[in-house]
Design a binder for this molecule. Structure first.
Ligand code: IPM
Ligand code: MG
Length: 359
């Protein structure tokens, strides 16, 4: 293997983001240390987040995207704090990066790890194993709309929040899901919409799905309404492989998925620009969790697993698999943080991940 140096922009952000990101970096450094000089990382950390906003009036610098653009990837913690409205912190940083860099594919694996108990009675690592592919650039998160007429008084205010669905946007995420399905032992894609009620945008999605499917005769397909899909996550999880949906539906279903897999604390996610014009961003799915921040009990697994997704994206599949195997060994051994019913600290979980990487 040619020696490789990978440049990663690190944005720990807020709350437990600042506690779990350093754990992911420990894992990456550990891999580099043991690569015999074949792999090294250069990390540059950016102080952006809610404290930065309170000090400067900006969630990130005005030239933030330009500064991030040359990196191979972005490793992100979480954003959101008690003194900044959520829509400001999100649009000012995380969504600005996802949309600015056209990271249109959000990938969220749902997998029950060994040693973790699902709230579902009959769940097993075989039955809970699928990927949510979330459209990540438009849909209900297009940010189009406005509030008006409040000046009239008398509770006259109106708000419009417009979902944007483009044929190209639907097609590219649906294709991504089909390509991903081909990497699974049972290639199958389930598309999720609500086209009975949302008769314009979601029928467009459905039609694009049916058209794209004809290019993938080897992949089984299904189309489901989102409410029925929520029930199916709980009642027939073993029937799921790749689930593709709009920005909002993917958001909601991925939280349901990670709860079924035992905890939001293990939910890894990737925001990918499949065209590789811009760096992709990898982050735990759990948010800043101010309620447990500073207690050293945040589960580092989601962040560490997200680092594995990052290595996979950077064409380092063996290193990515080694991290995932080490995570599974740790959960199987019962080294768990309190969100999973254990008593281990953030750092202790990572320590055991590192020891399995050596083993
Ligand atoms: C997620 C989060 C974000 C989202 C929030 C924090 C805006 O819930 O990554 O799933 O909805 O995209
Ligand atoms: Mg979410």
């Amino acid at each position: 293997m040619e020696p490789r140096t990978i440049r990663i922009a690190v944005i720990p952000g807020d709350g437990i983001g600042k506690e779990v990101v350093p754990e992911g970096l420990r894992v990456l450094n550990h891999l580099a240390d043991r690569s015999g000089g074949h792999l090294s990382f250069e990390f540059e950390s950016f102080p952006w987040g809610c404290e930065y906003y309170l000090a400067t009036g900006r969630m990130m610098d005005a030239d933030g995207l330009e500064r991030l653009a040359p990196f191979d990837a972005i490793y992100f913690g979480a954003v959101g704090g008690p003194n900044v409205p959520d829509h400001i912190s999100l649009w000012g940083l995380r969504l600005a990066i996802c949309q600015g860099f056209d990271q249109y594919a959000s990938i969220r694996p749902v997998q029950l790890l060994p040693g973790i108990t699902s709230p579902l009675r009959s769940a097993s690592p075989e039955s809970i194993d699928w990927v949510v592919v979330r459209e990540n650039s438009e849909g209900e998160y297009s940010g189009i709309g406005g509030r008006n007429l409040a000046g009239r008084g008398g509770a006259s205010e109106v708000a419009l929040q417009t979902a944007l669905f483009t044929e190209k946007g639907c097609e590219r995420i649906i294709r991504y899901a089909f390509n991903l399905a081909r990497s699974r032992s049972h290639p199958k894609v389930t598309s999720v919409t609500k086209s009975n009620a949302q008769q314009y945008a979601m029928t467009l999605w459905d039609e694009v799905f049916a058209r794209v499917a004809t290019d993938y005769p080897d992949v089984e397909t299904e189309q489901f309404l989102v409410d029925a899909m929520a029930a199916r996550f709980v009642l027939r999880p073993e029937s799921l492989e790749v689930v593709v949906g709009s920005n909002l539906f993917g958001d909601i279903l991925s939280d349901l998925g990670s709860a079924l897999a035992g905890s939001l604390g293990i939910a890894a996610s990737a925001n990918i620009d499949p065209e590789r014009q811009h760096p992709s961003m990898f982050e735990p799915g759990h948010g800043s969790a101010p309620d447990i921040a500073g207690q050293r009990v945040a589960n580092p697994i989601a962040a560490i697993w997200s680092a594995a997704l990052m290595l996979e994206h950077l064409h380092l599949p063996e290193q990515a698999a080694a991290i995932v195997d080490a995570i599974k060994a740790v959960t199987a051994a019962g080294v768990l943080t309190p969100d999973l019913g254990g008593t281990a600290t953030t750092r202790a979980v990572t320590d055991v991940v590192l020891s399995h990487l050596d083993g």
